[in-house]
Design a protein around this ligand. Structure first.
Ligand SMILES: Nc1nc2c(ncn2[C@@H]2O[C@H](COP(=O)(O)OP(=O)(O)OP(=O)(O)O)[C@@H](O)[C@H]2O)c(=O)[nH]1
Ligand SMILES: [Mg+2]
Length: 417
């Protein structure tokens, strides 16, 4: 194992990243940037996971009307994308390798059947967490839970007096199905910080763990189970590097997965991070600021998510001086930011709900981290519920309706009496 990592570390750094990128992109092309979104995304059949798939969707044409008898043609069917548990995007591809989805045409109006039947809808089943985006960047729908539906292409209107009884064509467009993992907790950190090791420690997941960067190249979800059977899903996300917000490294492909997690669990190596020889070496404190900055530059609203910071690999800091250093720097924020160059300083600092230390490898404090995660998730869920109830109570329409019902009830009671 030691020899294997030495060999990898001996690579030229840029070749190394490109090699990884090539391997990763072999399964599908990058479609993150608008100018690249026209490229075909053809998944490699051998890959078991893809998080983006570009499809062609065409709604059915409307049936022709019958002018003589005022008959109306049936509307064309829609192409509908439906969220279904246990589905994957690779299933979508395997079922239809051409990635062309065409709904049924509406039936023509005939003298025996004046109102033509509607064309059949084409349903595409995708995993929850998929967003439908057109090539122009328009979001057509966001499917978060089983049963959520969005229309990728509408069918054309059937022939009727408004269109001189000529059935219309359906919409035809390319749509990107963009999967963002949905989990309670998202592990955020530089490569090699120990995210996968943590996931392995707290769940039954078996992520690949190794001492070289970018071991994890696709998100993996593990379920942490508590003695009272409470379950919390934890998403092990691939490591971020400096410039990820500008699509450097695996960039947006990785960052996007942070969006739909309820809580961010930042994992940093107490020894800091260095991508490879020849690359700058960052201290643990600097990696925290850099991660903060990457998220801020990608989507500033991510900074307001509940967040926990865990300093990992405590077993390697025997005299605790590295831990003390990072902790005192974090405590004296924002003043301590003066010690780093301006390019590393984020504009808005993440407010960590807690800062903990652990050794994921030795499973020291990993349970404590999960307990804290659970408490925070509960706390934020309660807060959210209270806010929702407050909002509902303040809605004048609802109040009015309740008032009316109350009056009716009183009236009925008086009548009965
Ligand atoms: N000494 C020590 N080593 C650790 C600890 N946690 C993880 N490691 C080691 O650090 C290396 C990287 O661990 P991973 O869990 O693969 O790191 P990662 O953050 O998932 O890395 P990427 O997938 O590349 O983003 C492995 O060799 C682990 O054995 C720890 O607490 N102590
Ligand atoms: Mg990993």
């Amino acid at each position: 194992m030691a020899r294997a990592c030495l060999q990898v570390k001996g690579f030229m750094p840029c070749q190394y990243i490109l090699g990884h990128q090539k391997r990763f992109m072999g399964s599908f092309r990058r479609t993150d940037t608008p100018e690249k979104s026209n490229a075909k995304s053809v998944p490699n059949k051998k890959k078991s996971f893809i998080d983006s798939l570009r499809i062609y969707a065409r709604g059915g044409a409307g049936g022709q009307g019958l002018v003589k008898f005022g008959g109306i043609g049936g509307d064309g069917g829609n192409v509908v994308v439906v969220a279904k548990d246990k589905q994957t995007l690779i299933n979508v591809y395997q079922k239809c390798p051409t990635r062309r989805f065409v709904a049924g045409n509406g039936a023509n109006s005939t003298k025996f059947c004046l109102c033509g039947d509607k064309g059949t809808d084409m349903e595409i089943f995708v995993p929850p967490g998929v967003e439908l985006v057109t090539d122009e960047g328009q979001v057509l729908g966001d499917l978060n839970k089983e049963g959520d539906r969005a229309i990728a292409a509408y069918g054309g209107k059937g022939g009727n007096p408004d269109n001189q009884f000529i059935g219309r064509r359906g919409d035809a467009r390319s749509v990107r199905l963009d999967l963002k993992v949905i989990a309670d907790v998202g592990l955020v950190g530089f490569p090699n910080a120990g995210k996968s090791t943590f996931l392995k420690a707290v769940s039954r997941a078996k992520p690949k763990i190794a001492s070289y960067p970018f071991t994890t190249i696709r998100p993996q979800i593990g379920i942490a189970e508590f003695p009272d059977f409470r379950k919390i899903s934890v998403a092990d996300l691939p490591g971020l590097i400096e410039g990820a917000h500008a699509n450097f490294g695996m960039g947006h492909r990785f960052l996007k997965h942070v969006e739909r997690t309820k809580l961010l669990l930042f994992v940093v190596d107490v020894n800091g991070f260095q991508l490879a020889q020849g690359y700058p070496s960052r201290t643990a404190f600097q990696t925290v600021l850099l991660l903060n900055k990457e998220l801020e530059l990608y989507r500033p609203d991510l900074l307001s998510k509940p967040a926990l910071l865990v300093v990992n690999k405590m077993d390697t800091d025997l005299d605790h001086h590295l831990t003390e250093e990072v902790m005192s720097n974090l405590e004296s924020l924002p003043v301590s930011m003066e010690t780093v160059v301006e390019e590393m300083r984020p504009e808005t600092l993440i407010k960590f709900d807690d800062i903990l230390t652990m050794s994921a490898k030795n499973r020291e404090n990993t349970d404590l981290v999960m307990k804290r995660v659970r408490a925070l998730l509960d706390q934020y869920a309660d807060k959210q519920l209270a806010e929702q109830q407050k909002e509902k109570a303040m809605m004048p329409f609802d109040e009015g309706m309740d008032g009316i019902f109350e009056k009716d009830r009183e009236h009925a009671k008086q009548k009965l009496a």
